[in-house]
Write a protein that binds this ligand. Structure first.
Ligand SMILES: *Cc1c(COP(=O)(O)O)cnc(C)c1O
Length: 449
């Protein structure tokens, strides 16, 4: 182990920091690059944006990750969200072991799927009916198809900087005629698809009004991250979400909250509970699977009943509602549903960390903005407020890259990009939070030169 993270804060911050031993990680990465594109199965895991090579993880427990060279890190990604209770949470592990004994897949309906649907409908009241899928991407792709089937309209509206998975319709940037159609943001996405996706700047209600007026009776749905995690953590301005709700109601547009990240994280009922807004549909993922590959989409009965086999919108999945995945998700959601104090704790500990990091950055005279809500936060290296993608892009990403690597050397594993939110888990104790703040202060000082 490189740094003993169980030491007290003072010991932690005064330790000598040697360069990490990365022998095994480097060996694995060299091999991986030859047979896996870029050596990674999802591009966010690459260290392209921060410099250096990815670290290969071996195991994890509570707040800590352990890599193939036996270095230990405080984990601030939590598998990009799912690990809200920390790694290897006993109730989830046990539920998985128990489920495996009764088969890993049936391809027929099973009891846990009903229990899961009941729990989701209870925790997220805007959802009257729900369909399980295998990822957040699938949930979002399926939700817009249902919205199109329900309304009989083709176009969708998304916001710049929001991510809804890698479905073709979402990999779209603003086009030159920005209020009429978008442009492909990835090779392999056709202009035909891009024509049906309109984009708007986040937090810009009057732009959305113009968009809706210019595309009268053509817009099936507006899909949005009610709190954004995918351009770094960005909050909705007061009145923005309610404004979207009103526009959608007035124009018979389906409002979809993509709560793949915020669902079961910002409150047990997600961002919609926290902000008191009722969407027509909701997409879920990440936490809902307790670390296994699960997604879900749901909403009003009259929309969900457009889905096959009731209606004519086709959507299916061989492994959807998988018994092992349902067991993990049920254990996770049952724990969150019966322990509301988890959210009170997460809010407090994250606010303390964000404040501590903010104070340290202010002392050093760094240009920075900290955005935080519940257990999500981002430190942007810019003096600008960050309320949309354009402002997020003013961040000094080279400085972030140095900060990231300094934190890694100090045993803190951040998301390897300026444009990601960090996720705090309930396994982060006050001592660990103090150690993170101390590491941040040292890393910031070094990131300046
Ligand atoms: C992660 C994420 C997705 C995609 O989920 P996957 O499980 O990675 O396919 C969609 N929307 C949001 C808001 C996300 O954060």
């Amino acid at each position: 182990m490189n740094i003993n993270l169980n030491l007290s804060t003072t010991q932690h911050s005064t330790m000598q920091h040697t360069m990490l031993n990365k022998t095994q990680s480097q060996h694995l990465f060299a091999k991986a690059k030859e047979i896996i594109p870029g050596g990674v199965n999802s591009p966010v895991r690459a260290f392209k944006a921060v410099g250096g090579n990815p670290i290969f993880m071996k195991s994890a427990k509570g707040a800590y990750l352990i890599d193939e060279d036996n270095n230990t890190y405080i984990d601030l990604i939590g598998s990009w969200g799912p690990m809200i209770l920390g790694h290897a949470f006993p109730a989830i592990e046990n539920a998985i072991f128990e489920a495996v004994k009764g088969s890993t897949s049936f391809g027929a309906p099973s009891r846990r799927e009903v229990e899961m649907a009941e729990l989701i409908v209870e925790m997220v009241p805007s959802i009257e009916k729900v369909r399980m899928v295998n990822s957040g991407t699938e949930a979002c792709m399926s939700a817009i198809r249902a919205a199109r089937g329900y309304t009989g309209r083709n176009k969708i509206v998304k916001f710049e900087g929001c991510y809804h998975g890698h479905g073709d319709s979402f990999l779209i940037a603003a086009g030159s005629g920005a209020i009429t159609n978008g442009e492909p943001d990835s090779l392999g996405v056709t202009t035909g698809v891009a024509n049906d996706t309109l984009t708007a700047p986040y937090n810009d209600l009057s732009f959305v009004e113009k968009l809706v007026a210019a595309n009268h009776h053509q817009i099936a749905c507006i899909i949005i991250e009610p709190v954004v995690g995918n351009m770094g953590c960005v909050l909705p301005k007061a009145g923005f979400l309610q404004g979207l709700r009103d526009i959608c109601t007035k124009n018979n547009i389906v409002l979809i909250f993509d709560e793949v990240m915020t669902g079961f994280r910002l409150a047990k009922g997600g961002a919609q509970e926290r902000f008191g807004i009722v969407p027509d549909m909701t997409t879920l993922g990440k936490i809902i699977g307790g670390g296994l590959p699960v997604g879900a989409y749901g909403g009003k009965t009259e929309i969900m009943d457009c889905i096959s086999p009731v209606g004519k919108v086709y959507q299916a999945g061989t492994l959807s509602g998988n018994p092992v995945a349902m067991a993990a998700g049920l254990a996770m959601l049952n724990h969150l549903n019966s322990h509301p104090e988890v959210y009170t704790y997460l809010d407090a500990i994250t606010e303390k960390m964000a404040k501590g990091i903010e104070v340290g950055a202010a002392k050093l005279g760094v240009n920075f903005t900290v955005n935080q809500i519940g257990s999500m936060y981002s430190l942007f290296f810019t003096a600008s407020k960050v309320t949309n993608l354009e402002q997020a892009k003013t961040a000094n990403t080279a400085q972030f890259g140095r900060y990231f690597n300094n934190m890694l050397e100090r045993g803190v594993y951040l998301a390897p990009s300026q444009y990601e939110s960090l996720f705090v888990s309930a396994a982060i104790t006050h001592d660990i939070a103090d150690a993170i703040i101390a590491a941040s202060n040292e890393s910031l000082a070094m990131a300046l030169d």
